[in-house]
Design a protein around this ligand. Structure first.
Ligand code: ATP
Length: 238
């Protein structure tokens, strides 16, 4: 007998409006426990809007978002994070005048004992230990991205949502960051990843969705999407 598996994250029929102007149309997607799922799409397709909607960070929104069995649609972002879903926002949104440790401390707000968390983060990104008393605003782009990921992990999430973590990074750092995302997944973390770096993102993920002008136009296994001629032409330029 097949036991139905319910997804860890499920977005149902999400529509979003900015000042009455619709930017997402009836978007539905899911992420199962243990998966990395990638959202691909051109600039302005609505990827960031989708991610922010999951955390209740946009204004007018219709549809539902479930995390496990809980309907999190109306919940404030801090409540969503406390329930085990953490966000690494586009452009990192660090506290630039605070040190690395202070940024980590804030990310760990749902967690009473933070010292163990700092050690886990320093094991994942050793450079952060060297920089722990440095102001976040003075870190390099790559270090800032590592700190943004570590800050989100401090809340001990069961699922991480990353919005374009490789944005603005050198090719070497893109690999460092996306490889770290793959490693986190292998250690059991479920991940929803928004990426423009299509090849690398699909290589580390299980499934993908393509968002175009606010609508999901395609979904499939990463393998299928990577070998699809239309997708290769549109997103990989080959
Ligand atoms: P990018 O890859 O460039 O970050 P994206 O796929 O994340 O793009 P969004 O940032 O979600 O796309 O934007 C989707 C659409 O909504 C765009 O047309 C954008 O101009 C519009 N938009 C985004 N934020 C707002 C806002 N706060 N007010 C009005 N319109 C907005």
């Amino acid at each position: 007998m097949n036991v139905p598996v319910s997804p860890l994250l499920e977005v149902r029929n999400l529509s979003v409006f900015y000042s009455g102007l619709q930017v997402l149309w009836d978007v539905s997607l899911s992420v199962d426990s243990g998966e990395i799922v990638t959202i691909l799409g051109a600039n302005g397709a609505g990827k960031t809007t989708l991610v922010q909607s999951i955390f209740g960070l946009v204004g007018e929104r219709h549809g539902q978002v479930f995390f496990g069995d809980t309907d999190i649609t109306g919940l404030p972002a801090y409540d969503v994070v406390t329930r085990g879903l953490s966000l690494v926002p586009e452009k990192r949104e660090l506290f630039p005048k605070m040190t690395v440790i202070e940024n980590l401390e804030l990310g760990g707000f749902p967690r009473p004992e933070k010292a163990a968390g700092y050690n886990e983060m320093f094991a994942l990104f050793p450079i952060l230990e060297e920089r722990k008393d440095q102001l976040a605003g003075t870190l390099s782009g790559g270090e800032q991205q590592m700190l943004a990921i570590a800050r989100a992990l401090m809340a001990r999430p069961s699922m991480l949502v990353l919005d374009e973590p490789s944005l603005g990074l050198s090719p070497l750092l893109v690999s460092t960051v996306l490889d770290a995302v793959g490693t986190l997944n292998q250690s059991g973390l479920s991940i929803l990843l928004v990426e423009q770096n299509v090849q690398h993102a699909l290589e580390i993920s299980h499934r993908g969705y393509i968002l175009e002008n606010g609508r999901i136009i395609r979904e499939g296994s990463s393998e299928e999407l990577l070998h699809d001629d239309q997708i290769r032409a549109a997103y990989l330029g080959i």
